[in-house]
Structures are given as C-alpha cells and as structure tokens.
Design a protein around this ligand. Structure first.
Ligand SMILES: *Cc1c(COP(=O)(O)O)cnc(C)c1O
Length: 398
C-alpha cells in the first residue's frame, strides 16, 4: 500500500463521510502549487473555494500570523485587544462600510446577517413578533447551518435535517418579477449571491442587482449580498456588486478574508443597521480575536498591494477567451468574470476533473455534477494559466 492509499484508508475509517474529495493527499503548498505526500506537484485551480485568493501560505500573512501568535491569540471579547481596532479601521476604509461585525466561518457571518436584518425589521418596520420574512434565491449557497439549509433548494443539503427554520421565501434567481411578487409588509431583507458560485458560476441577467437595489430602497427593505466567495478580488473588483455600480446595505465576507490561514468572516453594514445590537445580544468567542484581526489585516493588505482584483480582471479575461476556443460537443457554455470561471457540460464533469488531476496535475472540482469551476489563486501567472489551458484543451480533445 503506498502512502497515499494509507492516508485515504485512515481518513475513510475515522472521518464522517460528508465529502468526496479527489484522491490527492496534500502535504504542503506555496502560491498556486500544491505538493502531495509522494512529492508530486499540482496546480491549484480551485483555491479552496476562493479562500486562498492570495495564494497558499502567503509569506506576508504567515509572518503576521506567527508574530501575533507569539504575543496574544485570544482575549475573548470580555476584554479588548489592540489589533481589533486596527482591523476595523482598515476594513471600513477599504470597503466604505461604517460598521463591522467580526465572526469566524462564512455560515456564521450569514447567520449573523439574518439576525441583524430581523432585529432591524422589528425596530424599524413595525413587524409583529416572529413574523419577519427574508427573500432568498433558488440554487443559493449560504452555508450549512440548520437555519441556512432551511432555505436551500438543494435536496442533498437539506433532506432529513429538518425541522426547518421558517421566515424565508424563495424567488427564482434572476427573476425580478417573481421576487417582487414575494414582497410583503413583513419583508425585512432580500439576500443573495451576486454571482452564484456553488450553483456553478451562475450569472443573473444584467441589471438584476440594480433592480433589486431600487426595489429595496423603494420599499425600505435591506439588500444583503453574500460575497463570501465572490468578494475580495475574485471577480476582478473588490466586490462583485461593483460591476453593477450599486451598493448593498449589508455584505457578508469570509474565505479570502484570511487568505486561508484561519477562519475569519465578517458582516459589513451601516452604523444604523449594525447598531441594532446591544451588549449580550450576539457574540462569538473567537470572533474579532487578535490573531484573526492580524491575519485579516495582512490578507487585505496583500489583496490591495498586489493589485489582486486587477490581476483577476486582466488574467480572467485572457483565460476566458482562450477557454472559449476549445471545441468539444460536450461543452455547453464557458462563462466567467475575472478568474471565476465555469465550464458547463452536457455530461458529468467528474471524469474530466479526475483526468486533469491524474494525467496533467491540475486540480479542479466539479460543482453540481456537470460544471467545472476554474478559480485559481489570483497570484497565478500568465504562463501558469497557459499550462492549465493546455491541459484542459488536451482533456477535451481526447
Ligand atoms: C463558502 C460560502 C459560505 C459558507 O462559508 P463557510 O466558511 O464554509 O461556512 C457562504 N456563502 C457563500 C457564497 C460561500 O461560498
């Protein structure tokens, strides 16, 4: 038994079986490259679902993490720490949002957003107790908690995990008329992804976000965008909503907020909206810790200083045009924005991912059976993209 098989056997023996990973056992990584336990090298074209936009083990983030870990890692919010204010200031100046609620995982940020908009609704819209409604979209992905899966339209994510949390209505993604028809006097927020990553890099029609912005302003409803995957440079802008020149009332971010070192997420909004909380009403032991704050400051600095959004925009355009030249009857569509690209097939995507992994050393993952998501770290070079392109082209030529 080789060592790869050995690791896989042990993992299967002890681990809950809630994932179906490619059989690569990674031991170390640097930038866009992953190395397995047998010393083989792979080009990462998934970026841990956009958590490592800055590339793996970025030296600047690593240094910030080590330095902070040697000083103080956690105070809990029972005491103050000296890094959190610097983090707040940095993120506010960078994004233009007045207030920040620090959490850890993406799902926690979404849960916190839900709590915030509900409370805002009761305080500002005169809604009867427990009647607040949030409109979400079909094929959404916002995380795995019991409340969040309650409004999922993915049976696999939802079945046998009930009873479900009420208070959500689901509109077809991209359908502005259906969304309008679901609004009632109890609607406090509309929450969606500006581009749906897990659904397979799905874009709403042009003008959709702008229309939602207008409806929300008009009806005093909060527009909440989940930018946990699309944000922080991935689509060629700091936030995907900037492509439509709008500003939502609230944004959730996570993933690349730590560059992959540590779970760091946040809810961003105005003073008025995040001002609904009083001490004791919400919290997190690790949220806003000095370690998380130091890591996030460095992760944000890298995105800005290395112009990763601009890189994503330029390289994404280059790569997308090349991918579109691949001719294969199974390719239905190649679409993307920045280095956030989906190749939709009329057949199962997994065999192509397996081949790219085993024969060409390219790591990509299928989403929804028939779509290949290509989203490498934003520090990737043109030459490395060409290497990925040649491999993808070869796989579709076979
Ligand atoms: C990954 C993701 C989440 C959940 O983040 P976790 O850190 O896995 O809890 C929520 N929303 C979107 C859009 C995501 O891509």
């Amino acid at each position: 038994m080789n060592s790869t098989q050995n690791y896989i056997e042990i993992e299967k023996l002890y681990g809950a079986n809630n994932y179906k990973p490619l059989d690569v056992v990674v031991e170390k990584a640097q930038g866009v490259w992953l190395y397995d336990v047998e010393g083989k090298k792979y080009l990462d074209c998934l970026s841990a679902y956009s958590a490592v936009n800055q590339g793996h083990c970025h030296p600047r983030i690593l240094e910030a993490m080590i330095k902070q870990a040697q000083k103080v890692t956690l105070t809990s919010r029972a005491f103050r720490n000296s890094v959190l204010p610097q983090y707040y200031e940095k993120i506010s100046k960078l994004t233009g949002f007045e207030k920040i609620l620090p959490m850890n995982s993406g799902a926690e940020a979404v849960e916190s957003a839900i709590k915030t908009v509900r409370k805002w609704g009761y305080q500002n819209k005169n809604i009867e107790t427990d009647k607040a409604e949030i409109i979400v979209c079909s094929e959404n992905f916002h995380g795995r908690t019991t409340t969040i899966i309650s409004f999922s339209t993915d049976e696999g994510a939802k079945a046998e995990f009930g009873p479900y949390t009420p208070g959500f209505k689901i509109a077809k993604y991209g359908d502005i008329e259906e969304l309008k028809s679901l609004i009632t006097t109890n609607t406090v927020a509309i929450m969606l992804e500006p581009i749906q990553g897990e659904a397979g890099i799905k874009f709403p029609p042009k003008g959709y976000l702008k229309a939602i912005r207008e409806i929300c302003t008009d009806k005093n409803i909060l527009m909440v965008l989940d930018e946990i995957q699309t944000g922080l440079g991935r689509t060629g802008k700091m936030f995907a909503y900037e492509h439509e020149n709008i500003k939502p009332d609230m944004v959730t971010i996570g993933k690349a907020l730590s560059g992959g070192f540590y779970p760091v997420s946040a809810v961003l909004a105005s003073k008025e909206i995040l001002g609904v909380f009083k001490p004791g009403e919400h919290g997190s032991t690790f949220g806003g810790s000095p370690l998380a704050a130091a890591v996030a400051i460095a992760a944000l600095d890298v995105i800005v200083d290395e112009k990763l959004a601009q890189r994503s925009s330029e390289l994404g355009e280059y790569f997308l045009e090349k991918l579109k030249t691949i001719k294969n009857p199974h390719i239905k569509e190649v679409r993307g924005l920045g280095l956030f690209i989906g190749i939709e097939l009329d057949t199962k995507a997994r065999p192509y991912c397996e081949k790219l992994f085993q024969q060409y050393g390219i790591l990509v993952k299928e989403t929804h059976e028939n779509i290949i998501r290509v989203a490498p770290p934003l520090v990737i070079t043109k030459e490395e993209l060409d290497f990925a392109f040649d491999a993808i082209k070869s796989v579709f030529a076979e």
